[in-house]
Design a protein. Structure first.
Ligand code: FMN
Length: 218
């Protein structure tokens, strides 16, 4: 199946270096649609509830459409950055986590300004009725998020960067209308995709496993 070259990464290197790429997305370089299709072929191997495969994949390349989505995204980023929920406002007094959070805030702001210039925007969608189910939402989202993450991993393996974003979702209906996404399909994320600049990516600092691990009893 593979026709584009893949990077020489072990499975663990791939899993631990697939970062949220923002400032290093190369907005100047076109990405062939065939390469995106190849990443999506990988994504389709992900599990879904009852093997329903109720996903649909919206790939946006047309500049005017990207610009419109970029405008919506920018407005939502501005609201987010002004809110208490923003990354930069978390753990401000923590000497380890504070600077990391501020860096993320800065990077989120950059993507807010440039989303519409990223050459490919991928929106994974899942069929799920007009109203979201009251119970078992995990069943619905679990039938699209693993596939969307597989897409990001496949992209990373092929020298592309992606960013997992959701801030446009408060304007989901507007984006659905713009792109003709039918009623009953829910957008799970907005994944800007581009070649990345620079050499490679490193594992990120995370809270230690022992602070979140429970064996047999919480
Ligand atoms: C559910 C979810 C929603 C996110 N939404 C956004 C977003 O709208 N904009 C953004 O720039 N990053 C977003 N992120 C990316 C996180 O900020 C990022 O994963 C985190 O900073 C850790 O960085 P890393 O993925 O490079 O390890 C989101 C991540 C997740 C999992």
């Amino acid at each position: 199946m593979t026709s584009y070259p893949v990077l020489d990464l072990t499975p663990d290197e791939l899993l631990t270096t697939t970062r949220t790429v923002r400032k290093r997305l190369d907005t100047t370089r076109e990405v062939p649609l065939e390469l995106i299709r190849e990443c999506l072929e990988v994504a389709l191997q992900a599990p879904s509830g009852s093997n329903r495969q109720g996903w649909q994949w919206m790939v946006v390349t047309e500049p005017a459409l990207r610009a419109r989505i970029g405008d919506i995204y920018r407005e939502e980023v501005e609201k987010y950055l002004a809110s208490q929920a923003s990354a930069a406002k978390q753990f401000v007094d923590d000497p380890d986590r504070g600077p990391v959070q501020r860096r993320i805030g800065n990077s989120v702001a950059w993507l807010g300004e440039h989303m519409g210039e990223v050459p490919v925007l991928v929106i994974p969608c899942i069929r799920g009725g007009v109203e979201l189910p009251a119970g078992n939402q995990a069943g619905l989202w679990g039938s699209i998020l693993p596939a969307a993450w597989s897409y990001s991993l496949a992209a990373r393996a092929r020298g592309l960067g992606t960013a997992w974003t959701t801030l446009h979702l408060s304007r989901e209906a507007e984006v659905a209308e713009l792109l003709g996404i039918p009623e009953g399909f829910h957008q799970a994320a907005l994944l800007p995709t581009a070649y990345f600049t620079g050499e490679t990516f490193k594992p990120a600092p995370r809270e230690p496993l022992d602070s979140v691990l429970h064996v047999d009893r919480w």
